[in-house]
Ligand binder design. Structure first.
Ligand code: MN
Length: 283
């Protein structure tokens, strides 16, 4: 199943080029009083909601996808976790290019571990990436994103994929510089998630997906998730060793080689096989 959020916080099931409005299913989510939950309520409820979403989608007319404003498919992730330098060729290019490494020590993933991006940086495919520091280098990083479906603490790599609710395409937009990654990659709009969530039953093996990112029609990044140095299951196991992963938490799995700057006016097109494609403007 492909699930999107669109326009004024509406919920949709995507079938082909049509979106079926299933927003009324949200009324069955628990209502919360302060304090708010420590997870995304929709993602937590997804296993029980799916039959209702299917039934509602059958009855709802198809809205043309290209007329809708796509929001991030997860509204309220509590953590956005990201893997640094998780493809060998990206590690090589980062070490070779001073305008990427800025004199900082580019450690491989097994030494660097993981980092966090601010949840306030999250946008959907129809929102523009707004360049925050136009005088500096601001790069695109296409990444496969795993969306956690249920609490995961100290899980093994063998168990890890069973904790995934689904997958999306991510853009880990990155200001290059000497600051901590958590700062440089957390500018408003520097975390794009879209175009929708594809449930994990439709992506049984996340380690053989082809990805491509174009800027203004020219290919900049093209790779396969089979070249990840540490695969999705290993990343989940390692993250869950440090903190409990909660429903709706996002795991950005790292970007392949070909990172390059974007400037206002550019149009990015990101595609991952088995998930979909999205176009994102830069302003
Ligand atoms: Mn990245």
């Amino acid at each position: 199943m492909r699930i999107c959020r669109f326009n004024d916080n509406r919920l949709g099931v995507v079938r082909g080029a049509g979106v079926h409005d299933v927003t009324c299913a949200l009324a069955s989510l628990p209502t919360w009083q302060y304090p708010l939950p420590d997870h995304d309520p929709l993602i937590a409820a997804l296993p029980t909601l799916r039959p209702m979403l299917d039934a509602l989608a059958d009855k709802a007319p198809a809205l043309p996808l290209d007329t809708l404003q796509l929001l991030p498919p997860v509204a309220s992730p509590r953590k956005i976790i990201a893997a640094p330098v998780n493809y060998r060729l990206h590690h090589d290019e980062a070490l070779a290019d001073p305008s990427i490494h800025h004199g900082t020590n580019i450690l491989p993933i097994d030494k660097a571990g993981l980092f966090l991006k601010a949840t306030s940086s999250l946008i959907g495919a129809s929102d523009p990436v707004v360049i925050r520091f136009p005088e500096a280098r601001n790069d695109h990083e296409i990444e496969l994103v795993a969306i956690i479906g249920r609490p995961a603490s100290k899980v093994t790599a063998e168990q890890a994929l069973s904790y995934v609710a689904g997958y999306s395409i991510g853009l880990d937009m990155t200001l290059r510089g000497t600051q901590e990654r958590s700062l440089r990659k957390s500018c408003d709009s520097y975390t794009v998630l879209g175009p929708w969530l594809v449930t994990s039953d439709e992506v049984p093996d996340p380690s053989g997906l082809e990805m491509e990112l174009q800027v203004n029609g020219q290919t900049r990044q093209r790779a396969s998730t089979k070249d990840l140095l540490r695969d999705v299951a290993t990343l989940i196991a390692r993250a869950s060793a440090f903190y409990t992963l909660m429903p709706g938490d996002l795991l950005f799995t790292g970007t392949p080689e070909g990172v390059d700057p974007v400037i206002p006016g550019d149009v990015m097109r990101a595609r991952i096989s088995g998930i979909g494609e999205m176009q994102v403007m830069v302003t």
